[in-house]
Design a protein around this ligand. Structure first.
Ligand code: PLP
Length: 426
């Protein structure tokens, strides 16, 4: 039985009655012996199957210019692979480097080389500063935060809105403090909120005055082409906006085919100003003799061009949109009107962002675990895992089957309501 009266309007007796019913629902849930996992934003095996043809490619070992891709060399990546990324990201091909299988590794290289050597516009290596601080829109991507924590970089949070990070908060943090050196941003279909940073917000971030002359915005466009509807939203043009406002080195753009082809064997790319590119390739030349050009060539053969990627993404959409719809259905059918949860309705990306009654997220995750449903630990979308309101939970519905998403989400909704009624009854 569900009620659409806000739970906070219930009398103590009504709450007690509701608690009894919910405990029975939860006991039923536990009795099902579920073993379900909504933790990681991984493609499902049916999605990986869409790219099975890659395993039979490339059909040649020569790239367009006649270079043997089996050999060393070509640090900036194959021209034809870079052209595909340039088209998808809406940037000039000269700005693009195509790399190995992980954009996260490229981000790590950028941050560690800024620490060890400084950038082209740094007064000194970042490691020589007393403190280095990054602005982190929250909720955000856990691996961005754990990377910085591991490198000893401080993090300050700003709210993420539907059109991007809260600009006044960012401005206030960067204006006078030269130790604030950088900022993360997932501009399109953010992990986990699904927010798309508007061109207006992007323009403000690229133009705002910063005390640090070498301030960087790590523009992680991991979900640039991962639309869940027919509307194929274009990302703001970070590089052009930054150049136009006199800060060409500020943004460094990242992307990869991890959630386009194979998550473990895709191609990563970055795009940046000519000065940043020269700086990155120089550092890279001490770390590698060249990327995996065989993998790049088979991706080029597989897709043909950027339109080939776009068509492929529509096939992904057909597979995963029903799972996202199932998440919405389950949350709506139990929680609508109760006033104890809000959630995102993403039109792209890999996640649904669920906010439960303050102070109950950790309890919801524990209840779900004890009913056989694994959820990402509460707080993971915040630096140091610390969600000050204990209300945020990231849901990742792509990997399990549709039936498992339905079963898991029905269970999650019970846990959200139970934790809320427990809290309100206490
Ligand atoms: N960036 C974001 C925002 C992600 O969500 C992920 C994976 O979940 C990655 C980067 C990882 O990218 P890659 O596989 O290219 O290292």
């Amino acid at each position: 039985m569900t009620t659409s009266t806000p739970l906070s309007d219930l009398s103590p007796d009504q709450l007690a009655e509701r608690l009894t019913t919910l405990r029975a629902d939860y006991a039923d849930l536990q009795g099902k012996g579920l073993k379900l996992d909504l933790t990681r934003g991984k493609p499902g095996s049916d999605q990986l199957d869409l790219s099975e043809g890659l395993l039979r490619l490339p059909t040649t070992h020569l790239d367009r210019s006649g270079t043997d891709v089996r050999n060393y060399g070509g640090l900036e990546g194959l021209a034809e692979m870079r052209e595909i990324f340039a088209d998808l990201l809406g940037v000039d091909v000269d700005r693009v480097i195509a790399g190995g299988n992980s954009s996260l590794s490229m981000m790590y290289q950028v941050v560690t080389w800024l620490l060890s050597h400084g950038g082209p516009d740094s007064p000194r290596p970042w490691s020589k500063e007393e403190t280095v601080t990054f602005v982190c829109p929250v909720p955000g991507y856990d691996r961005h935060f754990t990377m910085l924590a591991d490198l000893g970089i401080e993090m300050v949070t700003v709210p993420m809105h539907d059109d991007g990070p809260d600009v006044p908060s960012v401005r206030a943090l960067v204006a006078d403090d030269p130790s604030v050196k950088g900022m993360w941003l997932v501009p399109t279909y953010a992990n986990p909120t699904g927010a798309v940073t508007s061109a207006e917000v992007a323009a403000e971030l690229m133009a705002m005055p910063t005390a640090a002359p070498d301030f960087r915005i790590l523009w992680d466009n991991a979900y640039a082409v991962h639309h869940l509807t027919e509307v194929e939203t274009k990302s703001a043009d970070a590089l052009a906006l930054a150049s136009a406002s006199g800060h060409p080195n500020r943004p460094v753009v990242f992307a990869s085919t991890s959630k386009i082809t194979f998550a473990g064997a895709g191609v990563a790319a970055m795009a940046c100003s000519p000065e940043n590119k020269e700086w990155f390739l120089k550092r890279l030349s001490f770390a590698a003799i060249g990327p995996d050009k065989v993998n790049q060539l088979r991706h080029v053969e597989f897709f043909g061009d950027a339109d080939g990627v776009r068509a492929h993404m529509r096939r992904h959409r057909d597979l995963i949109a029903p799972k996202f719809a199932a998440v919405q259905d389950a949350l709506r059918s139990r929680l609508d009107g109760l006033g104890v949860a809000t959630w995102s309705e993403p039109v792209g990306g890999y996640f649904v962002d669920l906010n439960v009654l303050d102070g109950t997220a950790a309890r919801v995750v524990r209840l779900a675990k004890e009913a056989g449903i694994a959820l990402t630990p509460a707080g993971s979308a915040f630096p140091h895992g610390n969600d000050p309101d204990d209300r945020n939970i990231r849901l990742a519905p792509t990997f399990p089957s549709l039936a498992d998403v339905e079963a898991a989400m029905a269970g999650v909704a019970v846990c959200v309501e139970l934790a809320a009624v427990e809290k309100l009854s206490a």
